[in-house]
Design a protein around this ligand. Structure first.
Ligand code: ATP
Ligand code: MG
Length: 245
């Protein structure tokens, strides 16, 4: 399993995405208000916060799916997004779902096979999406994201619909892939355990602003039963309660 990237190393790593004093409004509804947010290459950031507070909006800005109303948004390199639901196209076999527009390339199947191998689903290459379990479908979505060799991977509550056992195994898979490819990773989650298992840094967004950040300097794989893990969890729960007050 991956080793902890030392914070000093991370501070030297290039920035793959940054928001500076970013605002996002829909009509007269301000969703994000002067948000400063940076992700470096090889860094895992978990974004948590109450429902409706702007987490998905922030991710969509980083993905280029929305534009900000104010401030500066800078993203360098390729960006891939995995949403809460796998968003597979049911009329396409698994390998074509991975490649999408690249499915006509001469070496298409081999490219898809390599991406599916990364997520342990090489044998599902020719399957139809309807025949996959929820966890398998989400792994195909991860393969599709990986195929684009992202510098920045954005995950919006990607495992929340999965049972606890499957979720833990996909969390391990994501960490394995992150250790291999070292993309910057931003994951939105409601699950503080998930945030603490995955992230180098946890950011709490509340009412459209960042209200707290915690660095997680624990070696991976993280032991959810350790006193250090649980001390950080208690601190986060306290901050989380303040953010919804
Ligand atoms: N296209 C849109 N038009 C108008 N309002 C929008 C649009 N997209 C999001 N919003 C509003 O922005 C706010 C933040 O939404 P967002 O989806 O970013 O929240 P979230 O933190 O991801 O919530 P959840 O945890 O429930 O997924 C909500 O009040 C939502 O109604
Ligand atoms: Mg959301």
């Amino acid at each position: 399993m991956s080793e902890l990237v030392h914070p000093v190393e991370q501070e030297a790593a290039p920035v793959v995405a940054s928001l500076s004093r970013v605002a996002k409004r829909y009509g007269d509804h301000t969703v994000l208000d002067y948000v400063d947010f940076t992700v470096r290459k090889g860094e895992v950031v978990a974004l948590v916060g109450p429902s409706g507070t702007g987490k998905t909006t922030l991710l969509r800005l980083l993905a280029g799916l929305e534009s900000a109303t104010g401030g500066r948004t800078e993203v360098s390199g390729n960006t891939s997004v995995v949403f809460q639901e796998p968003r597979l196209i049911h009329a396409l076999r698994v390998w074509k779902n991975v490649l999408l527009d690249d499915a006509d390339k001469p070496d298409a199947q081999a490219l898809a096979r390599a991406a599916l191998h990364d997520v342990g689903l090489e044998d599902k290459l020719a399957s139809w999406p309807v025949s996959l379990s929820g966890g398998q479908a989400q792994r195909v979505a991860v393969a599709r994201a990986l195929y684009r060799r992202p510098d920045l991977m954005l995950l919006d509550e990607p495992f929340s619909a999965l049972d606890a056992f499957t979720r833990r195994s996909i969390q391990s898979l994501v960490l394995k892939l992150w250790a291999r490819y070292r993309f910057g990773l931003v994951i939105v989650t409601h699950d503080l355990d998930e945030a603490l298992i995955l992230a180098d840094r946890i950011v709490i967004l509340s009412k459209g602003s960042i209200c707290h950040e915690t660095r997680v300097d624990l070696p991976r794989e993280r032991d959810v039963t350790s006193p250090e893990f649980n001390a950080l969890k208690r601190e986060l729960l306290g901050q989380f309660s303040l953010s919804v007050a």
